[in-house]
Each structure stands twice: as structure tokens, then as C-alpha cells.
Design a protein around this ligand. Structure first.
Ligand code: SF4
Length: 190
């Protein structure tokens, strides 16, 4: 199948890419993730994909449009719809047999919601959605991306997911410990 793969990030894409090629598909990538915040993080993930592309010779489509969203309250369903609509529309416009997404290799993504969103879009744009559970290759994505030195992000993309990842809590906890240490240090000196 001539397949268009929506790429959420280079590391998640590594395993699905190898798997689909082994299975005989011709793969083209599409990077469209306006959900990623802040803009510096968007650039970092884009650079990681550029490094992967330079090494593998993969064809990637970069649609014009917003590079990163200022919409903090975006929910996952809207977020999947936004990105997969671009994949379904591009696949249909360019005559691909179908489309899929590297989101399906992450154990933290909601497969049922992705399937629902992509299924509806596939019907709307008259193109197949290729569902494949790539989660079995999650460790493989970690191994390949480490081997290739690809940047691996710590959160899904939006500010809410950054908060939920515990990064801020970790930062806060570290700051609290530093303050306590300083305070105790002063106390002992005093
Ligand atoms: S958690 Fe991920 S999928 Fe859900 S809205 Fe945020 S960036 Fe999108």
C-alpha cells in the first residue's frame, strides 16, 4: 500500500516505519502537530525528525499552517481530529491508498479515540485508515531512537500534558528541597 503516516515525533515513528516497510508498504511521512507547546519544543521535535529524515532518506510532507498552538485547553479528541484530518485530507488529495499515525506506537495514547477519529475522517475523505497496534514495538522505538541519538521528549505536546507529566511538580519539589536546605543551613549557622 502507498501509505501516508502522520508523524507525531521521530522516536514514535521509528518502529512503525521499519515495520511498515518490512510488510511491503511504501511510506511517506506527514509532520503536522500544532498541539505542541511551547514553540521551542515544536522546533526541537521538528529538528529530530529532520535528523531522522537525513539519515533514512524518508519523504516527509510539511503542510503549511500553524506551527504551534496557543490553545491551552485543547482536548485530546480535538487534538487527534486536528492532526488526523490533515493526514486524511493529504492522503486523499495526493492519491495515497491510506493513512495511519505514529501515535499508535505510544502506550500513553488513547487508541479507541484515535480509531474513532481516524475512522470518521477516513469515511469523510474517502481514503482507508490503516489501524495497526504498534505498542508492542515501544521498547524498540526507545532503542532505535537512542541508537540514532534522536531527541526524546518527556511529554505528549500541550501544556496540560506537560503539567500532567509531573515536570512542574518535580521542579517545585526540587525548589522546595533547595529552600529547605538553605533554611536548615542558615539555622545551623545561626
Ligand atoms: S495530551 Fe497530547 S493528544 Fe491530548 S491534547 Fe495534549 S497534546 Fe493533544
Amino acid at each position: 500500500m502507498e501509505i501516508l503516516v502522520h508523524i507525531c515525533c521521530a522516536p514514535c515513528f521509528t518502529y512503525p516505519h521499519r515495520r511498515l516497510v518490512e510488510e511491503g508498504h511504501t511510506v511517506t511521512g506527514l509532520f503536522f502537530n500544532p498541539n505542541i507547546q511551547p514553540a521551542s519544543e515544536f522546533r526541537r521535535r521538528l529538528q529530530a525528525l529532520e535528523a531522522y529524515r537525513a539519515e533514512t532518506g524518508l519523504d516527509v510532507i510539511y503542510p503549511e499552517g500553524p506551527s504551534s498552538s496557543e490553545e491551552w485547553s485543547m482536548q485530546c479528541r480535538q487534538c487527534y481530529d486536528l492532526r488526523l484530518r490533515e493526514a486524511a485530507r493529504t492522503a486523499s488529495d495526493l492519491g495515497f491508498d491510506g493513512f495511519t499515525t505514529s501515535l499508535l506506537s505510544s502506550p500513553w495514547q488513547r487508541h479507541a479515540l484515535i480509531k474513532k477519529s481516524a475512522g470518521e475522517l477516513a469515511r469523510r475523505f474517502g481514503v482507508d485508515f490503516h489501524y495497526q497496534d504498534f505498542r508492542q514495538g515501544w521498547q524498540e522505538t526507545v532503542r532505535i531512537s537512542r541508537e540514532m541519538g534522536l531527541y526524546r521528549q518527556k511529554y505528549c505536546g500541550c501544556i496540560r500534558s506537560l503539567w500532567e507529566s509531573g515536570y512542574f511538580r518535580g521542579e517545585r519539589e526540587a525548589a522546595r528541597k533547595r529552600l529547605l536546605e538553605e533554611f536548615e543551613g542558615k539555622g545551623s549557622r545561626g
